[in-house]
Write a protein that binds this ligand. Structure first.
Ligand SMILES: *Cc1c(COP(=O)(O)O)cnc(C)c1O
Length: 355
């Protein structure tokens, strides 16, 4: 079998959840497990995060599979319902729903449910993606209050710049101003806000990326934040080449040796989810030693410099990302964020769970 593998560490998930609870001790933690738990596998990740106070997903079928797996805590649909037929199952499985637009309020008004629905009413505080603008928020809330099947309401928003210099001061002030006088619980903070802005914690925090041990804030490493990577992406060397001065390796000859250079051929390529844009010279570990990639990433293979790792040979262990090579380092080198790489590990990669 091809030696590539993604290993999910349940103990790292548990550790990162504990970090979130420690940093936001007075809030309930809604672990965001959308996008197949950021590529880790929904039920796999839920097992490691089983002590979370809630889970957040996008699709009703994800919410139902969590319920059917036995999770009893709050489960929130972050984009709410996509059509009214979903309302019946949402109620049946006791799934909480975001309401972000008028059409979703109408759905609730029109369907006469005997069961109760838990609503998170979303305010648009500057992201301009989902939610009611501050000017219409109070009237949306008043409308929801009149719907018999709405059992409870939580007021929420999502910050556009919690991870950047602009921060959350202005949107948080706006949220507070609009919601003043309404006595409902609130939910505001994603990972970056949770870590950077205690003022945003409130009743529920909604961390995603930090659960998986990657950093939500560029320039601050996950390690420095006390997080542990939940995924280790590994493979092995399947060939070794020796380049002489002037010889190149891989498509486009993007790396040319200026001295005798040993090259390990790694069984991992962009079809496995390793980004093709990663330049020659990016960090990679072979047999536990940090080294660099060489040349262009191809579909099924990439290259590691093993000149200074004389014992490296066919079968040597390679860490593409994990504890030794933070996923954020690979992301930065390829012009993206850890989120995207974790989500993009290809279906052909076998997963294993430990811890
Ligand atoms: C994805 C998402 C989160 C989690 O964001 P992270 O940056 O991964 O912590 C929180 N809230 C909402 C509404 C989201 O869509």
């Amino acid at each position: 079998m091809r030696p590539i593998q993604a290993t999910i560490h349940l103990d790292a998930l548990r550790h990162n959840l504990a970090v979130a609870k420690h940093r936001a001790p007075n809030s309930k933690v809604m672990a965001v497990v959308k996008a197949n738990a950021y590529g880790h596998g929904l039920l796999r990740a839920a097992e490691g995060l089983s002590q979370a106070d809630g889970f957040a997903v996008l699709e009703l079928n994800e919410a139902i599979s969590l319920r059917e797996a036995g999770y009893l805590q709050t489960i929130l649909l972050l984009e709410g319902l996509f059509d009214r037929t979903e309302l019946v199952d949402a109620a049946k499985y006791d799934i909480s729903i975001v309401v972000h637009c008028e059409q979703q309020i109408e759905m609730l008004e029109q369907v006469n449910l005997s069961t109760s629905t838990h609503v998170f009413l979303k305010m648009n505080t500057g992201m301009n993606r989902l939610g009611f603008i501050p000017e219409t928020y109070a009237s949306a809330l008043t409308r929801l209050e009149k719907i018999k099947s709405v059992a409870d309401i939580t007021m929420m928003t999502h910050f556009a710049t919690a991870d950047e210099d602009a921060g959350i001061v202005a949107p948080l002030a706006r949220f507070k101003e609009v919601t003043k006088g309404f006595d409902y619980p609130t939910s505001l903070a994603n990972s970056a806000a949770l870590l950077r802005y205690p003022a945003s914690h409130s009743d529920w925090v909604r961390p995603g990326i930090l659960m998986y041990g990657a950093s939500p804030v560029s320039g601050q490493s996950a390690h420095a934040l006390g997080l542990q990577p939940a995924m280790t992406f590994t493979s092995e060397l399947i060939a070794v080449q020796v380049l002489q001065d002037g010889e190149s390796v891989g498509y486009g000859q993007k790396f040319t040796a200026h001295k005798t250079t040993r090259v390990g051929v790694v069984a991992c390529g962009y079809a496995d989810g390793y980004p093709r844009h990663t330049p020659s010279g990016t960090a990679i570990a072979v047999d536990g030693q940090l080294t660099r990639t060489l040349g262009r990433v191809s579909m099924d293979m990439l290259f590691a410099d093993i000149t200074d790792i004389p014992d490296a040979a066919i079968g040597s262990q390679v860490e593409l990302w994990g504890a030794q090579v933070p996923v954020d380092v690979i992301a930065e080198a390829s012009g993206t964020v850890g989120y995207e790489l974790l989500c993009a590990v290809a279906p052909r990669v076998p997963f294993k769970v430990i811890g």
